[in-house]
Design a protein around this ligand. Structure first.
Ligand code: HEM
Length: 426
């Protein structure tokens, strides 16, 4: 079936992603018929190229000089401030907020920078994510997962929400560990991160004022921590950020704030969704769960498959800086491109049966963590958390069941499960 205008517009409609199979159907047809499909946008958007094939996303991700992430060209998400203003009936100033905050609000963090600037900023944060540093956290992650899982076990056969009790808790507890802040502060971090990433979900992102309020509180918290770790350095990630020099220069306060916000936002929701989405997949495919129960040695493999399957980040955007010929089209300078990881992870040219969930799957690495210049900095930490959690759940609750429909956040950017009712004991 040719790709209709409705299909193209559907990619900008959050409703399409409420039921992942609806979006998968469009992407499957695009990969087959029109792998680089130009999609018009509502709300005055200029449209974008939908990149749906694995190899094309790799190609674009390897060319950060041609395909920019820079905030000044539009950054990493599709809607522009004008589109958001048109949609919500606001002025552009209301959407963008006070000018002095524009720098901090994602615009200037490494994820929205191009090389060579990006390289420097990434080098400031990357030492916090070395394998040695993260391996040293495994015992603490396991302790935290054990406490969480023991606690939910007390509910016996009562129904409860897996997202609130487990999937949301572990990543935010780990963030508190990484920052070496009191665990009680995690609730604030959780709340701020939720509000800031809530996008168009009416239940979460109620108003622009709330987003700004959350950002201001988060920034104030980050600054307190900055002063404290300057005065008395410890061994945590914040101490590392505020006391390390790159190219002979300390990190500026503005860069520190942007890095702080990025770390809180980037690692929280994404890891939560890989945990809840993974458990959902195992419950929907009991024979795959049985494979893991029979052979727990397969769990690291299952982690890869879950992150391929769940694609916690649905797309990332780039902006072409020059004309570029790809397949049979020319992407023009200034065009927006959306790299749909959700689609690339089901590319039939990469996996023989991409729509089968198979915990023993071998094959190419999924693209859920992106690729190239901006490859996710926290991928190893996310994988460790998912692995430890799976080990704990399978050992304690081999018959865990999802007992009702899951609810999803209204967004086409993150594959986000808001609630997932479960019963731990049969
Ligand atoms: C399953 C969980 C996760 C997924 C699916 C995920 C996904 C991604 C993706 C797709 C990108 C690439 C952005 C681009 O190309 O524009 C990215 C970047 C990034 N992620 Fe993750 N992420 C996860 C967990 C984490 C965690 C736990 C942290 C840290 C605590 C983290 C920190 C970052 C940072 C700092 C970047 C920016 C890297 C750069 O621009 O060089 N992520 N992530």
């Amino acid at each position: 079936m040719p790709i209709s205008k409705a299909d193209r517009l559907a990619l900008s409609d959050e409703e399409t992603f409420q039921n992942p199979s609806v979006a998968h159907d469009i992407f499957s047809r695009m990969r087959a018929e029109e792998p680089l499909a130009f999609c018009p946008e509502p709300w005055g958007g200029k449209g974008f190229w939908a990149i749906t094939k694995y190899d094309d996303i790799e190609t674009i991700s390897k060319l950060p000089h041609l395909f920019s992430s820079d905030g000044k060209h539009g950054g990493i998400t599709l809607p522009t401030p004008e589109m958001i203003a048109n949609r919500r009936n606001l002025t552009r100033a209301e959407v963008e907020g006070p000018a002095e905050l524009a720098d901090f609000e994602g615009g200037r963090s490494m994820i929205s920078m191009d090389p060579p600037e990006h390289n420097k900023h990434r080098r400031q944060v990357a030492p916090g994510f070395t394998p040695q540093r993260l391996d040293a956290l495994i015992a603490r992650i396991r302790d935290r997962a054990d406490v969480l899982l023991d606690e939910v076990g007390k509910m016996g056969s009562a129904e409860s929400d897996f997202v609130a009790d487990v999937a949301a808790e572990l990543p935010i507890q780990m963030l508190a560990e990484l920052f070496d802040v009191p665990q009680a502060d995690r609730y604030k971090l959780f709340e701020w991160s939720n509000v800031m990433i809530g996008g168009d979900d009416p239940e979460i992102n109620v108003s622009r004022e709330q987003t700004m309020g959350a950002f201001m509180e988060l920034a104030a918290y980050a600054m307190q921590l900055y002063e404290a770790r300057k005065a008395e350095p410890r061994t945590d990630l914040i101490s590392m950020l505020v006391n390390t020099e790159v190219d002979g220069e300390p990190m500026s306060v503005a860069d520190y704030l942007s890095a702080f916000v990025l770390l809180v936002v980037a690692g929280n929701e994404t890891t939560r969704n890989s945990i809840s989405g993974g458990l959902l997949a195992l419950c929907q495919h009991p024979e795959q769960r049985q494979k893991l129960l029979d052979d727990p040695g397969l769990i690291p493999n299952a982690v890869d498959e879950i992150i391929r399957w769940v694609h916690p980040v649905i797309y990332m955007r780039r902006t072409a800086l020059q004309d570029y010929a790809l397949r049979d089209v020319t992407i023009r300078a200034g065009d927006k491109v959306a790299m749909w990881y959700m689609s690339a992870n089901r590319d039939e040219e990469k996996w023989a049966d991409p729509f089968t969930f198979d915990v023993s799957r071998e094959g190419p690495r999924h693209l859920s963590f992106g690729y190239g210049q901006h490859l996710c900095l926290g991928w190893r930490l996310a994988e460790i958390q998912l692995r430890v959690l799976l080990e704990g759940v399978l050992a304690r609750y081999p018959t865990l069941q999802v007992t009702g429909p899951v609810t999803r956040m209204r967004t086409n950017f993150l594959n986000s499960i808001k609630t997932m009712p479960v019963r731990y004991a049969a």
